[in-house]
Design a protein around this ligand. Structure first.
Ligand code: TMP
Ligand code: ASP
Length: 235
């Protein structure tokens, strides 16, 4: 069966239920808008397992997601939603494109988290946008933008505390939201070391996709350690 959508790290397939899709997590890794590419054995499996546990943890804290059920090693069943073309990034510490753009040392702490929007467009390299761009480009209404920001900050609070319990600092992350047929906006896509910067709380060691972006080696060892800690905290 052909996927109805294929992204850089996941594929989506229809199921017998028109309201439910199968989301397959791939072993492909890309960085810098796919200028850098690789495959890591087990990445799909690890990211599926981590996303499942994070979604379950967030749901318990009152954050709705598109999760329907766990299916198998690399597949989740998810509610069919229309993904908003606005990516929401939350930053607790300076890193990545923020440090580069602003000339701020990596690791500098923000007094209050920064929320950023970017336009989900591979062709344009996910450019930074604001509420006004989102409104005029019909990506999201002002009310939806306000909701995305509020919800992203709630998710940030829950995840900061949860990852701290796991001995990790949540530096920043990117999330996506989807709109269901009922008009409700829920967390969608994935929550994994591909989309979150996570540092060991004691040593500061990087445990996320920066290991790939920066050629640090031990990429899957980092993801495995994240999964082990998340599983233990929820176990
Ligand atoms: P950035 O510092 O490169 O803008 O990344 C911010 C956060 O968003 C970081 O945790 C990695 C994540 N991210 C994605 O999930 N997908 C992307 O395409 C990019 C650029 C970043
Ligand atoms: N996921 C993005 C890409 O493929 C960028 C990144 O995560 O660094 O290029």
């Amino acid at each position: 069966m052909d996927p109805i959508y294929e992204g850089k790290a996941k594929k989506l397939y229809t199921t017998d239920d028109p309201e439910v899709l199968r989301m397959e997590y791939k072993d492909d890794a890309t960085a810098f808008n796919a200028q850098k590419k690789a495959q890591f054995e087990n990445k799909g499996k690890l990211n599926k397992a981590i996303t499942l546990l994070m979604y379950q943890m967030l749901e318990e804290k009152g954050v709705p997601t598109h999760l329907v059920a766990d299916l198998d090693e690399v597949n989740l069943l998810v509610k069919k939603v229309e993904i908003l073309q606005v990516e929401v990034i939350v930053r607790n510490l300076a890193a990545g494109s923020f440090s580069k753009r602003m000339g701020v040392e990596v690791g500098a702490e923000f007094e209050i988290p920064i929320v950023e929007f970017s336009y989900k467009s591979d062709a344009l390299g996910d450019p930074l946008i604001n509420d006004d761009y989102a409104r005029e480009m019909k990506l999201a209404t002002p009310e939806e933008c306000a909701f995305l920001k509020k919800q992203a900050l709630v998710i940030n609070e829950v995840m900061i505390n949860f990852f701290l319990e796991c001995g990790m600092k949540l530096v920043d992350f990117k999330i996506e939201f989807g709109k269901g047929s009922d008009g409700k906006i829920v967390l969608a896509d994935e929550v994994s070391p591909d989309t979150c910067r996570l540092w060991d709380a004691t040593t500061g060691e990087k445990m996320d996709k920066d290991r790939f972006r920066e050629d640090l080696g031990g990429v899957m060892a980092g993801y495995e350690e994240v999964l082990a800690r998340v599983s233990k905290a929820l176990g």
